[in-house]
Write a protein that binds this ligand. Structure first.
Ligand code: C2O
Ligand code: CU
Ligand code: CU
Length: 516
């Protein structure tokens, strides 16, 4: 009864109560938008706010360089880490850490990342925002089998779909990234068929930064004043493990329990893997590369002090904007990146500034804290012109396509009425073509993501054109939007999907195929 269920969700928005199907009362306080997920409550005692220092993920060094290529190695493995002080969390981590190590590389420089899989399940790794050949793009059925073989068949679960892997690597795979794209904040994460939500939730996510000379030449904050912030919510069991409402806790079959198919919302906010951390800052400008790596949660980030518009947005998913934009708050859907500069020079040492989430109440309404501890000299500035890129002209579009994102039957989500079927091609754009894609959204929130190329969000009566290059557009219930994109570079099969990972796993994904 999908429609009555959706109506129920809509009605419950008014009462501020959301009941889980299994009799679970899942939203203690009023959810700001029950179309966007169901709150899962930790049984672990909530950690104190603003006590843990902000961790910065280590930068991965290449294991070797040859000619025009740098080679990296990552081992995906189970590890035990301390996230909630005093408790141990078993994670799935790239090199055993969460977030994974940061790849910090140069635009135009080819890199090869060998991913070893020592996890108990197959994986496929996607570089989100990457302009990547199809065979390295992390297609959901391009599987890297665990070293030493599988404990369970990759297609052992009941499914009417054809789950035959499109490509199988044993134990490891070399992902080749030509990086023929501009500087940007990218990230990498697991993308396995039906299981992206639980895999990312367990820790399979990391930053991949791409720099270039143009960006380096700008007087933006650098070095210790440039910090990536991965925001992700999680819930925890009383022993400290990640709590994910999998329908089959053994992990053999996909899906989540009850209403969690709307999206899994945790009740602990992690930044770079630490709960509500604190960062000691100097009274200077900082550049923060914000990433929302949550499965389903949206945030509206705000500072509790700092005047009218304390965020200067300099970049978006696809790199620097043309010109900076001052913002009062930053609204981020899953997978979006915002590159912002915050100036702490107006505060005297001793001041504490809290990063708030206006879309949450109580502790969910808080993200992290900055503590100004010292003065320092600062020669950074934010120039009026940041970068150049071509604004695509709608009259150049050779084609328009329509995609509707809707609830399906029986805990599924659909694009154009269909749940994901690997190999069923929804669009066949040609390399070099500019196309307009109309995205039409039902009564839930859907952050829509396109692989391969960055797009531009066209304005209309309801929304302004986005100033940035985007690979994910945040759409909320009932919205429509038009994106314009030029397909470039590589032939092959890519995806359009919702980046609410529960929606993605439950069908809201479609293949498209690029040809020359
Ligand atoms: Cu970040 Cu296809 O995903
Ligand atoms: Cu992607
Ligand atoms: Cu969705």
């Amino acid at each position: 009864m999908p429609h009555s269920r959706r109506d129920f969700l809509r009605m419950s928005a008014g009462t501020g109560l959301l009941l889980g199907a299994g009799g679970l009362v899942v939203a203690g306080c009023q959810p700001p938008n029950p179309e966007a997920g169901a709150q899962l409550r930790s049984s672990a005692k909530s950690p104190k706010l603003f006590e843990v220092p902000l961790p910065i993920p280590p930068v991965l060094r290449p294991s070797r360089s040859e000619g025009d290529t740098d080679y990296y190695e990552i081992t995906q493995k189970v590890a035990k880490v301390e996230i909630i002080p005093g408790l141990t969390t078993s994670i799935w981590g790239y090199n055993g850490i969460f977030p994974g190590p940061t790849i910090d590389s140069r635009s135009g420089r080819r890199i090869v990342v060998r991913h070893h899989n020592e996890l108990p399940v197959p994986t496929t790794t996607h570089l989100h925002g990457g302009h990547t050949p199809a065979d390295s793009d992390g297609y959901p059925l391009d599987l890297v089998m665990p070293v030493g073989g599988m404990r369970q068949s990759p297609h052992g679960h009941s499914s009417h779909r054809d789950m035959t892997p499109t490509h199988v690597s044993q134990g490891a795979k070399d992902y080749v990234y030509p990086q023929d794209q501009r500087a940007a904040t990218l990230w990498y994460h697991d993308h396995r068929m039906d299981f992206t939500g639980p895999a990312v939730y367990r820790g399979l996510a990391g930053f991949h930064l791409l720099r270039d000379d143009t960006e380096d030449s700008l007087p933006l904050p650098k070095g210790e004043y440039e910090i990536p912030l991965m925001i992700a919510d999680r819930s925890f069991t009383d022993s400290g493990d990640f709590f994910y409402p999998a329908a089959d806790p053994s992990g053999a079959s996909p899906g989540v329990k009850g209403d969690y198919d709307v999206g899994v919302l945790g009740d602990v906010i992690l930044v770079n893997g630490a709960p509500w951390p604190v960062l000691e800052v100097a009274a200077v400008r900082y550049r923060f590369r914000l990433l929302n790596a949550s499965n389903a949660r949206r945030y509206r980030l705000k500072l509790d002090k700092g005047g009218d518009a304390p965020f200067v947005q300099i970049g978006s998913d696809g790199g620097l904007l043309k010109a900076p934009v001052r913002r009062k708050s930053i609204t981020m859907a899953p997978a979006e990146r915002y590159d912002v500069v915050v100036d702490f020079s107006r505060y005297r040492p001793g001041t504490e500034i809290t990063l708030l989430n206006e879309l949450g109440d109580g502790s969910i309404g808080k993200v992290m804290k900055f503590r100004v501890t010292r003065k320092a000299s600062d020669d950074s500035t934010v120039p009026d012109r940041l970068s150049e890129f071509e604004t695509l002209d709608p009259s150049k579009a050779v084609r328009t396509r329509d995609f509707s994102f809707e609830r399906g039957d029986e805990h599924t989500w659909t694009i154009n009425g269909k749940t994901y079927e690997p190999g069923k091609i929804f669009a066949r754009p040609r390399i070099g073509d500019v196309e307009i894609w109309n995205l039409d959204i039902d009564g839930a929130d859907h952050p829509v993501h396109l692989h391969l190329d960055q797009f531009q969000v066209l304005g209309d009566d309801e929304r302004k054109a986005d100033p940035g290059l985007k690979d994910t557009v945040a759409l909320t219930a009932g919205q429509k939007t038009r994106i314009i994109v030029r397909f470039t570079g590589y032939e092959g099969r890519y995806m359009l999907h919702c980046h609410n990972l529960e929606h993605e796993d439950m069908g809201m994904m479609a293949d498209y195929e690029v040809s020359s």
